[in-house]
Ligand binder design. Structure first.
Ligand code: SF4
Ligand code: SF4
Length: 161
């Protein structure tokens, strides 16, 4: 069996100047200074924002946190049909239906929770609703909380948004 000799290309040895990366550090600082001065001169073009004091305005079709729509009298428009909960792939909507005191309405949600920690913001619940009772047009995209319980949005929270 023939032996194959493979030549491995070794990098050339760096000089002392190259090994301390002095020139590269100066080049890097030059790039930083160039961006700094350009941003100072044209602040309106800076792509970053001073979050959370300044919040980005999201486009109208952006899927943000949910809200429940109200009827003219303030009652929830939701008729507790469970279509949204059935369509939800994350199974994060919990509804408990009750008999409505209004004879024109069959049911209303006694409880309507969305577990935002499980929600994947797919919008299936909005698509499934037959009465346009749930929307994701709040434009709200951040929801930092310090406990898991606070990220279960209740019916009152959803009606307020
Ligand atoms: S956006 Fe998707 S995951 Fe979130 S509650 Fe609606 S259907 Fe469920
Ligand atoms: S939000 Fe819409 S789909 Fe969901 S239970 Fe209420 S009426 Fe039905």
């Amino acid at each position: 069996m023939a032996i194959r000799v493979v030549k491995v290309a070794r990098p050339e040895k760096m000089s002392f100047g190259e090994s301390v990366y002095l020139l590269e550090i100066v080049k890097g600082l030059g790039v930083t200074m160039r961006h700094f001065l350009r941003n100072m001169a044209r602040q309106e073009n800076i792509p970053t924002i001073e979050y959370p004091e300044v919040r980005r305005v999201m486009p109208a079709r952006f899927r943000g946190c949910h809200r429940l729509m109200k009827r003219p009298g303030g009652a929830p428009r939701c008729v507790a049909c469970y279509m949204c909960a059935t369509a939800c792939p994350a199974k994060c909507i919990t509804i408990v239906a009750g008999e409505s005191p209004d004879p024109k309405i069959e049911k209303y949600p006694v409880r309507f929770d969305i577990d935002m920690l499980r929600c994947v913001f797919c919008g299936q619940c909005v698509e499934a609703c037959p009465v346009d009772a749930i929307r994701m047009d709040t434009g709200w995209y951040t929801m930092p909380e310090n406990t898991r319980e606070k990220l279960i949005y209740t019916i009152d929270m959803l009606l307020e948004k």
